[in-house]
Write a protein of this length. Structure first.
Length: 136
């Protein structure tokens, strides 16, 4: 795919439905899908939980203006977010269009100090909820 244009990207990390920002989170953006851009960036969130805006390679805007275009009209990136005290988050197939700012919300989940390598204590009063797990 020919990436002869640029789109823009920034992320916003938070907890509790945007009630509290996550400052100091590291957000890594790297190529995914069929992209050939070789892009690999790492950003850090500020006090407000927002990364700086960066420019990313993307296909020309003309591809998105025709429904039967032979080329994909957007670039595809993967995003990983990590922060001390939170579970890591990974998103795939994040679309970036030419000339458009993509703002990616990253709802982080606190890890409550429980290491993944340690078995939790067995107790009738203990419960653990992991991300994306349905409550029963």
């Amino acid at each position: 795919m020919n990436y002869n244009s640029n789109g823009y990207f920034k992320a916003k990390a938070f907890v509790a439905s945007e009630a509290f920002p996550v400052s100091g989170a590291v957000v890594r953006i790297y190529e995914g899908g069929e992209s050939i851009s070789g892009a690999d960036f790492s950003l850090r969130t500020d006090y407000d939980g927002i990364t700086p805006t960066i420019s990313l390679p993307a296909p020309a805007k003309a591809y998105s203006q025709y429904p039967n275009s032979p080329e994909q009209s957007y670039a595809v990136y993967n995003v990983e977010a990590t922060a001390p005290g939170f579970y890591s988050k990974k998103l795939t197939d994040v679309a970036v269009f030419s000339g458009v700012l993509t703002i990616l919300p990253l709802e982080m989940v606190p890890d409550a100090g429980i290491s993944r390598d340690v078995n939790p204590p067995y107790s009738t009063n203990f419960s653990m909820i992991t991300e994306n797990e349905e409550l029963e």
